[in-house]
Design a protein around this ligand. Sequence first.
Ligand code: PLP
Length: 221
Amino acid sequence: MSKESIKAILAELPEGIQLVAAAKTRTADEIMEAINSGVKIIGENYVKEAEKAYNSIGKAAKWHFIGHLQSNKVKIAARIFDMIETVDSVELATEIDKRCGQIGKVMPVLIEINSGREEQKAGVLPENTEKLVRELAGLKNIKVMGLMTMGPRFGESEDSRPYFVATKEIFKRIKNLDIPNIEMNCLSMGMTNSYKIAIEEGANIVRIGTLLFGERNYQEK
Ligand SMILES: *Cc1c(COP(=O)(O)O)cnc(C)c1O
């Protein structure tokens, strides 16, 4: 992908929408090129891969974790990331809280919603979201900033819309509860084939990989 096309994509995003460049499988050089084209946030799915990229790029961008976080990787993740978008259990949140406490950091997190109720997917079920948020409100070294969802993978972007609408509904409802220590400002939804729909439905963070970097040459898990 050329610098010019990355700049064009950034220029087309409405004001107030943050772009996370989803960088799984990309080299540090590719990531650096995106940063030089104006990308401010890098999204990583794997801690090992992120650590490698982070070691050469460091604070030239913000780092968001957008994959499934295993508890034995939380210690490294706590150090590298500026936000963890995929918290879906008290256990994971407690581990992040503990590791961030040890390094004197408060980690902004999003709660991942399994909006498609897919058995193989991570995320909390919609009806359990409020309970989880309330349970995390007391943790001193994490700060819940909002919600994230993937939704089922479709060929047609329009098919994603109901899942984004449903996630936005949960977002609004929880925001209106005004739970102490919970800030509902971030709604992360939409990928290459669905980000325009996601923005229409209220996303203010979109996570885009393929459109920025080109096709990935491996089949995803
Ligand atoms: C890979 C990935 C993306 C980006 O997907 P594209 O279709 O390449 O834009 C967004 N979010 C998550 C969680 C991902 O794993």
